[in-house]
Write a protein that binds this ligand. Structure first.
Ligand code: ATP
Ligand code: MG
Length: 440
């Protein structure tokens, strides 16, 4: 007997969760994967999972066709099947109904079982799970995380488009570093050296000339040397840039955007949030805005003395996170530790119009007012040890009436960590890339 059936003209009529008592007596066709096969006194209970949830298929051995009984003998958990059958309401089944099969198609037999249970039990290390990531992604918690991610992306797009920002895409293969040579992945572009983009920064700034308000949701690449719980080598960055505004307007925008995202997932993903045991309130606006100088004072009280101009270390940010457990901004950073395109303050040049959006000890976004004067931009490039000649393609645009502008870049995975309460960034990336992982 041939074990594998052809799909032929079978098509799904319902998803698992739609099998409810209201459908009593109706003939349905469903597809999915078997998550459990259990026999009890002449009755075989099959649990079938699809992307929406699960449904029970009940086979009464004495009343079933020979073909179904033959198939039961060879079916293993995780095999993918199709079932045509009649809905019967029954209290004890999920959603109050089960399917009595008339015909079963075996579409693929699972020859192996994953080394962990998808539905509870002890979990192996994340690396073991990542090795068979798409199977791991069928765990209900992973399903919840990525349903929330999908909703977050939709909420961000809705919010920005509603405010008349235009979605753009910029090149990911670039000729020069955006912010200096560190952390870049070089590649061979025909016979030239090129790099993977570490940020759409310069392109999105240029795009305020034709479009004024733009955003991009796309990958950025960083050759991070160390393996941490919050760095990957490829992430999705939410970038916004706008003409005729300053960093203060940009902070207001990001604040509203975060509030809209939180409200949307609370409205549309309450089941998923509950499954993750995650509660998140719509944050109060305005978020706290602490200057770099105020942060140094807070740290001083904790016994940490920093030199003015020093960047915050992972260690100090951890301590800060305990004092500031919510969303907050660190603003007005020393000019020298921010990228060359950030605008120094007019009254105090060693401080710049910049912000980092934080949640506890996690940096979610960096942004600021940008330099719009070509002369100043060249000066800042030189001060940071970069060669203006390499940026000629960018600097040239500044001769054509570059307006004041501001924007930010927000790491989607970092935001997802905060929203879903994950400590390891790998949990919120479908196929994470880091120093040691290039597959799957
Ligand atoms: P960090 O100091 O945390 O390494 P950064 O200041 O170097 O981040 P930015 O250049 O400011 O990062 O990038 C903007 C945002 O992109 C960050 O605030 C963060 O949310 C995200 N991001 C940057 N690099 C990474 C990375 N390697 N992995 C995950 N997210 C990142
Ligand atoms: Mg930053």
């Amino acid at each position: 007997m041939r074990k594998i059936d052809e799909l032929n003209d079978w098509r799904r009529t319902h998803y698992s969760v739609e099998i409810k008592p209201e459908l009593e007596g109706k003939k349905v066709t469903i597809f999915g994967w078997l998550s459990s096969i259990r026999e009890q006194g002449g009755i075989v209970f099959l649990i079938l999972n699809d992307k929406e949830g699960m449904v029970q298929i009940t086979v009464h051995k004495d009343k079933s066709s020979k073909s179904i009984l033959e198939k039961l003998k060879i079916l293993s958990e995780h095999s993918s099947i199709g079932v045509k059958g009649i809905v019967k309401s029954i209290n004890k089944a999920p959603h109050g109904a089960e399917i009595i099969p008339e015909e079963i198609k075996i579409l693929s037999i699972a020859k192996r079982q994953p080394p962990f249970s998808l539905f509870g039990g002890k979990m192996p290390t994340i690396d073991k799970r990542l090795d068979i990531r798409v199977i791991d992604l069928r765990r209900p918690k992973a399903q919840a995380i990525f349903k929330i991610r999908h909703t977050v992306l939709k909420a961000i797009r809705d919010f920005l488009i509603g405010k008349r920002y235009m979605e753009v895409s910029t090149p990911k293969i670039i000729a020069t570093a955006t912010e200096g040579g560190a952390a870049l992945f070089p590649l061979l572009y025909y016979d030239k050296e090129a790099f993977l983009a570490q940020s759409p920064q310069l392109y999105k700034e240029q795009l305020v000339m034709p479009f004024e308000k733009v955003f991009e949701i796309g990958p950025i690449f960083r050759a991070e040397e160390s393996r941490t719980l919050r760095h990957l080598s490829e992430i999705i960055s939410v970038d916004v840039e706008e003409a005729f505004v300053s960093y203060k307007d940009t902070m207001n925008l990001i604040e509203q955007m975060i509030s809209h995202v939180v409200k949307t997932i609370n409205d549309e993903c309450s089941k998923e949030m509950e499954l993750l045991k995650q509660k998140i309130k719509i944050p109060k606006s305005p978020f706290k805005r602490l200057t770099y100088d105020e942060i140094l004072k807070i740290l001083e009280k904790e016994g940490i003395i920093m030199n003015w101009g020093e960047d915050l270390s992972t260690q100090t940010i951890k301590i800060l996170g305990e004092i500031l457990p919510e969303f907050y901004f660190i603003i007005d950073w020393p000019t020298a530790i921010k990228p060359f395109y950030i605008k120094p303050r007019d009254d105090k040049k060693d401080i710049c119009e910049s912000f980092d959006l934080m949640h506890s000890s996690i940096e979610l976004a960096s942004g600021g007012s940008r330099i719009s004067s070509k002369r100043l931009l060249i000066k800042r490039l030189k001060e940071q040890g970069l060669k203006p000649k390499l940026f000629e393609y960018h600097l040239r645009i500044f001769d054509y009436g570059m307006p004041p502008h501001a924007g930010f870049g927000l790491g989607l995975e970092r935001l997802m960590m905060v929203l879903t309460g994950q400590e390891n960034i790998r949990e919120v990336s479908i196929f994470p890339r880091d120093r040691f992982r290039l597959t799957p």
